[in-house]
Design a protein around this ligand. Structure first.
Ligand SMILES: [Zn+2]
Length: 342
């Protein structure tokens, strides 16, 4: 009798929400505390929470950007966890049984919805999602197709896909702070619907984070407007399409955003070296969790300085535990970009 199981689950959920409301009211009575800290720190967050934390709304995010935004909106009032372990590669992520259980048990599931999330559909199909909200972040922004620019090395798989004329949208939507703002809004709306009692607090938290995103956006705009150079070069994959489009930057890179290639051809390397020399570009970028070897080699050949431009897929364990945010990482990028465009 499926229906009985269903009703039971709903009743349980209502009980949990009532408990969450009681807890929120008592917390409000003691004054607002711990606005920035996520509940229970890094270890508990990665854990996915089973049992003990169930009276609070639980949010599960696949990777760092939606995790960070949900954490900012919840301000400690909801449990937010990230499936991707800190410091690990997001493109090859495969969920464990524990991850699947934490998705099944959550109230709000956040994922990007691109190439790296192909595993999500199958898992969602296999579970009862009637009592949870599922939010693919790519639905909240205007997406563009993944692009191969001059000099970029295509993967064999990509070439095969191109032949099938399958459109592949670039999943790195969050690299542009304006998109992060739209993602933040979508998360806020969903969370307010699930947990109406805390909606005023969620909206207030979202407004504060949104203002910080605006500041960041303005900093990038001003920086590019004043910069003598408008071209960036990556001796690596290029997940910054949305970012470059938004700020009017030209770019050259070894591979497109989600490529699994690590070894560039001699022609690709020679092309990037020529570009740097031609335009007098002072910095050769690599992204996070990359060995940076190609950027280093190109740096040695050209005198350009190898630097990190953080695409925020994921962060180190230490940074995760200390509560580093998307905003923090992106301000680091403001400094690096300033150097690269000077
Ligand atoms: Zn990526």
């Amino acid at each position: 009798m499926n229906r009985i199981g269903h009703t039971g689950k709903h009743a349980k959920k209502i009980l949990f929400l009532a408990l969450a409301l009681l807890l929120a009211l008592s917390a409000a009575g003691c004054g607002q505390g711990g606005a920035t800290g996520d509940s229970g720190g890094g270890a508990a967050a990665v854990d996915g929470g089973d049992g003990a934390g169930n009276e609070r709304v639980s949010i599960v995010a696949t990777i760092f950007p939606p995790y960070d935004l949900a954490r900012a909106v919840s301000g400690g009032l909801a449990d937010v966890s990230m499936l991707l372990p800190p410091a690990s590669e997001s493109h090859s992520f495969e969920p464990t049984t524990r991850d699947i259980i934490s998705i099944q048990d959550c109230d709000l599931f956040l994922y990007i919805g691109g190439e790296s999330d192909e595993w999500v559909d199958g898992i969602l199909e296999s579970m009862d999602t009637s009592s949870m909200r599922v939010l693919p972040m790519m639905d909240s922004v205007a997406t563009v197709e993944e692009e191969i620019v001059e000099g970029m090395q295509e993967e064999e798989e990509e070439l095969a896909l191109a032949e099938e004329e399958e459109v592949e949208y670039d999943e790195h939507i969050w690299t542009y702070p304006g998109n992060a703002k739209l993602m933040l809004e979508a998360i806020t709306e969903a969370l307010c619907e699930i947990d109406g009692a805390n909606a005023p607090a969620y909206r207030e938290n979202a407004e504060a984070y949104s203002a910080q995103l605006d500041e960041l956006d303005a900093a990038f705009q001003d920086l590019v407007a004043e910069a003598p150079l408008k071209t960036v070069v990556f001796g690596d994959r290029f997940p910054f399409r949305y970012f470059a489009d938004a700020y009017g930057l030209d770019y050259f890179a070894a591979f497109p955003g989600c490529s699994t290639e690590t070894e560039a051809s001699a022609a690709t390397v020679a092309f990037l070296i020529d570009k740097i020399k031609e335009e007098g570009i002072p910095v050769i970028f690599h992204i996070e969790l990359s060995n940076g070897r190609m950027a280093e080699a190109i740096g040695e050949a050209t005198g350009a300085k190898p630097m990190l431009l953080h695409a925020c897929h994921n962060i180190s364990k230490d940074d995760f535990e200390s509560g580093l945010t998307y905003i923090d990482l992106m301000w680091g990028n403001v400094d690096s970009l300033k150097e690269a465009l000077s």
